[in-house]
Each structure stands twice: as structure tokens, then as C-alpha cells.
Design a protein around this ligand. Structure first.
Ligand SMILES: [Ca+2]
Ligand SMILES: [Ca+2]
Ligand SMILES: [Ca+2]
Length: 344
């Protein structure tokens, strides 16, 4: 079916997220009283969105991948091989991953990003932030004999925030190799019953972008944008009312995120078995970024820790020796093409 294109208006300069009109775009660059604006960043060279979790870790979509990340005006390099996909209970990979930043430089002075424990509820309002394309112009076309409106995307993206309201919190998004538990929100026409004040829809580049909720005054990360969906017959690189944004439900992957990215004094576990968990309850924790619950001033604990470290080092050495031996035995017949198991 042929669509007829018609330009009926021009938009202001390119910035992120799709809004229906200038009237529904936020005037403020940063949401008011919002403490985590700097945590939302992007891959270097105008890449998609990445989320700095604090303590040297980054969360993004699996299809975005790892790379250098600017935070507070400084560039941070990733640690090669530190990528971990977040998994579903059946072991399949979600379109979500974390990776570590190089600790040879001082880490950004930003707090840990709180991750919500309970899923976003249908009807709950969300704050979304991403580096995706913005609205370029309004277009009009025929579909099924009716005139439709749409919004084409700018060529480049930029950081922007908007709002929406959760439609569903129990979607399973299957795309290629990834299966992702997702929350969904829909792009509604301004002033329609479901629309929020700064109603926004994701576009290319918003992948990895943040979905926040504010509960009892506390901002928490609840989702990460991974995909958009809509009518397939509309012009490419455009959005229209009724399109939806899918975000990974981070409450579902929360435990795994905590395990891989939180310092031991903020991982919500009793790592030293003293019955006390994390800063400030565990006396061995100096701060949330303290990387062990053991009290370094306690001589007994310290010597035990050193003994453990020595055991681990010795174990590594034995493994290394065994590996060298097996290599020697295999001689030169082992194909050189054997590659590491990592899929990076
Ligand atoms: Ca909506
Ligand atoms: Ca802990
Ligand atoms: Ca403890």
C-alpha cells in the first residue's frame, strides 16, 4: 500500500525523544529536583544511551554493547572482558548487560543509582531519559483509506527527558537472540485521557535509556528502554500515536544487577556472616562503596582474609601449571583458531 507523504510543519532543532509538539516538550533541560541526571550518559561518538550505576559499573542494552563512556565531562574506558549479560530464570539472555569501568583512574563522584524493588504498575507515571532522535517534522499520509499523522525523526539524537504512563508491566519481548521481561508505555495524543504532561516516545538512540519512578518522594530506576513498536506500514524512521516503547523490567533483573555491580557494602547481602548487612549496619563497612564487609582493623579477620587471598593465588597458579602442561601435551596439532569462549 502506497503512503502519501505531506509535510505540514517544521520542528525546532534536533534533540532526543519524540514529542507531539513544542507545547508538550519540557522547557527545563533537567527535571526539577532530580538527582540522577548525570548518571544517564551515552557511548562515545554519539552512541546510544548507557546508565552509570555508580561504583564503576554501567548498565545498557545488550544490542548497544560496551564502550567508552563520558561522565561529568570526563571519558572512562571499559574493562575488556567485564561484560555480563543479564539472564532470565531459564538461562536465556535478556537485551540487557552490565560492564565495569577502568579503575586505574578515579571513578566519577556520583552516588549509587537506586534500582526499584517492585515493578512499575499500570497507570504509574514514569520519567524517561535518553539520547535518541528527536521530532523532525509532522507528516501526513493515507493508511487504510484514512489520513494519519506521524512524526519523522531527526538524523542525530541528543539528551532529553519526557514522561509517560505504564500500560503493561508483564510483557515478554523476543528479539533475535534476546528475550526480555518488559514494561510498556504508549505514545498518546496530548490532552487525551492517557497522556502525560510531557508525553514522549522513544526512537533510535534511546536504547539503554532510563525509565524512573518516584515513589514516596524517592527516585528509582525501574526500567531501561530497549525497543519500540508500531504499525509496520508507516514511513520508516517515524512515530505516530499508539506506538509503544518497551523497557527491560529492571526489578526482574535486580538481584543479578546487584550481584554483579554493587560493592559488598551495598549488595544487600551479609557477606561476612556477622548478621549485619552493608553500610551503615555492618561495622566493617566505611561507606556504601567499601568493597568488603570485613573490618580491616580487626587482626583476626585481616589475617583470615590474607590467608584466603593466598589460597586463591595458589589455586590460580596450580590451574595455570595444569593448563601449561595440557598445552604441551597437545603439541602443535591444536588448531590456532580456537578462540576464547567470550562472545565480546
Ligand atoms: Ca502514554
Ligand atoms: Ca553486603
Ligand atoms: Ca555482614
Amino acid at each position: 500500500m502506497a503512503a502519501i507523504f505531506a509535510t505540514i510543519g517544521d520542528a525546532p532543532p534536533a534533540r532526543g525523544l519524540i514529542f507531539a509538539s513544542p507545547d508538550t516538550e519540557p522547557a527545563e533541560e533537567v527535571p526539577r529536583s532530580f538527582p540522577y541526571w548525570e548518571h544517564v550518559t551515552q557511548r562515545r561518538y554519539d552512541g546510544p544511551t548507557t546508565l552509570y550505576l555508580g561504583a564503576g559499573y554501567v548498565l545498557t542494552a545488550r544490542h548497544v554493547g560496551m564502550g567508552e563512556i563520558p561522565i561529568l565531562g570526563k571519558m572512562y574506558a571499559p574493562v575488556p572482558g567485564s561484560k555480563r549479560s543479564l539472564l532470565n530464570v531459564n538461562g536465556t539472555a535478556a537485551d540487557a548487560m552490565v560492564f565495569a569501568l577502568d579503575r586505574n583512574v578515579d571513578l566519577p563522584d556520583l552516588p549509587l543509582l537506586p534500582i526499584a524493588r517492585s515493578p512499575a504498575l499500570p497507570g504509574e507515571e514514569v520519567l524517561v531519559i535518553g539520547f535518541g532522535r528527536g521530532r523532525e517534522k509532522v507528516i501526513e499520509y493515507e493508511l487504510d483509506g484514512r489520513t494519519q499523522f506521524g512524526f519523522t525523526w531527526t538524523k542525530k539524537g541528543g539528551k532529553r527527558w519526557g514522561t509517560n504512563r505504564i500500560q503493561s508491566n508483564s510483557e515478554i519481548l523476543s528479539q533475535g537472540d534476546y528475550t526480555t521481561r518488559a514494561i510498556v508505555f504508549r505514545f498518546d495524543q496530548p490532552l487525551s485521557p492517557g497522556a502525560t504532561r510531557y508525553e514522549a516516545q522513544a526512537a533510535t538512540g534511546d536504547s539503554g535509556g532510563a525509565v524512573f519512578v518516584q515513589r514516596e518522594g524517592v527516585w528509582q530506576l525501574v526500567g531501561m528502554m530497549v525497543s519500540v513498536s508500531g504499525e509496520v506500514r508507516v514511513p520508516s524512521a517515524s512515530s505516530r500515536y499508539g506506538d509503544t516503547t518497551f523497557a527491560a523490567d529492571l526489578t526482574y533483573y535486580r538481584e543479578e544487577i546487584m550481584r554483579w555491580t554493587r560493592p559488598l557494602c551495598a549488595n544487600e547481602l551479609d557477606d561476612d556472616g556477622d548478621g549485619r548487612i552493608d553500610f551503615p549496619l555492618d561495622p566493617g563497612c566505611d561507606s556504601p562503596s567499601d568493597r568488603n564487609e570485613w573490618d580491616a582493623s580487626s587482626e583476626g579477620d585481616e589475617s583470615l582474609r590474607l590467608a584466603l587471598a593466598a589460597t586463591i593465588a595458589a589455586g590460580s597458579f596450580l590451574l595455570y601449571a595444569a593448563w601449561r602442561k595440557s598445552r604441551r601435551q597437545r603439541g602443535t596439532s591444536t588448531p590456532r583458531s580456537t578462540s576464547p569462549s567470550s562472545a565480546d
